[in-house]
Design a protein around this ligand. Structure first.
Ligand code: CAA
Length: 283
């Protein structure tokens, strides 16, 4: 199927990043947030990142303006009715996602593909909230979406070949790298990365090193592009704890369980960049 118009539900860090990638690739995007103000704020952040690209000579002003013009934001889900593909990037709560997919099924055309950007929930369980689970797939982007090349294209139990093929074709048009996989807990990257990051947090106390030292160790000794504490602050401490808990619930592997230190940070509101404080402080 020809996908020209993409809906993105939820314009937080991930949704706004996905919307940015899509308008840069030439798609018309309808972004939905719960309020008009939140939608406009997200559009402003996207416009800012594209302006930086102009300043750095990576885009012309005309290209930037044309990309921005391809984005509309709305607080009404019904405005997504003409989208060929809808990517959901709302809060990582199963009930909220299931309710949204049931609603999207009602609103969208019958041939529209419905994708979830979930990182740790079951795509199959989300799809089961609809009467047409064959058109539901996972499209899992990585943070920050405009910079990270990978998109895991997740085949749920009842995903149709056509829906998976459509998602793979879109990832290619977005200029990203697709890795098709099945709907197992954490898919590919988070199945490996979540326990690894939990080990990193445990070693802080075991080896009695500071976040700065651990980050220096992993960037200089293991070639990581950013240290684990910097990465956790970027991803969001709350997001990481939630993903760890979801994977632990499914796999029961001790390394999946979030260490008490990071749960304590979440409970104290030290959420990383988004709250200006995590392992590090931010302006
Ligand atoms: N959105 C859009 N543009 C952004 C952005 C964002 N969130 N963040 C940065 N940029 C733009 C900025 O314009 C920036 O340039 P300026 O600061 O000059 O404006 C430009 O990108 C380049 O930024 P950096 O100089 O910081 O880029 P870098 O070369 O240092 O690379 C990185 C940054 C790609 C993030 C790299 O450090 C990296 O690969 N880190 C690891 C990230 C990672 O592992 N992510 C996965 C997280 S896990 C996950 O996402 C799974 C999950 O389900 C939770």
């Amino acid at each position: 199927m020809a996908v020209e118009r993409i809906g993105v539900v939820g314009l937080g860090a991930m949704g706004a990043g996905i919307a940015q990638v899509a308008i840069e690739a030439g798609f018309e995007v309808v972004g939905r947030e719960v309020t008009t103000e939140l939608g406009e704020a997200a559009a402003g952040r996207i416009g800012h990142f594209l302006t930086r690209k102009v300043e750095k000579g990576q885009r012309t002003q005309d290209e930037r303006d044309a990309a921005v013009a391809r984005l509309t934001t709305t607080s009404e889900l019904s405005k997504l009715s003409e989208c060929d593909l809808v990517i959901e990037a709302i809060v990582e709560e199963l009930d909220a996602k299931r309710a949204l997919f049931a609603e999207l099924e009602r609103i969208c055309r019958t041939d529209a593909v419905l994708a979830t950007n979930t990182s740790a929930l079951s795509v199959t369980e989300i799809a089961a909230a609809t009467a047409t689970p064959e058109r539901v797939v996972g499209m899992h982007f990585f943070n920050p979406a405009p910079l990270m090349p990978l998109v895991e294209v997740v085949r749920a139990q009842l995903s149709a070949d056509e829906a998976v093929a459509a998602a793979l074709a879109i990832v290619e048009r977005l200029g990203k790298v697709a890795v098709p996989c099945h709907d197992t807990p954490g898919f590919v990257v988070n199945r490996v990365l979540i326990p690894l990051l939990n080990d990193c947090v445990r070693v802080l106390d075991e080896a009695r090193v500071t976040p700065e030292s651990l980050d220096a160790a992993m960037t200089n000794g293991a070639g990581w592009p950013m240290g684990p504490c910097t990465l956790l602050d970027l991803v969001g401490i709350d997001v990481h704890v939630h993903a760890s808990e979801a994977l632990y619930e499914k796999l029961r592997e001790p390394r999946m369980a979030p260490p008490p230190r990071i749960v304590g940070m979440r409970n104290a509101g030290l959420l990383g960049r988004k709250s200006s404080r995590g392992f590090y402080g931010y302006e």
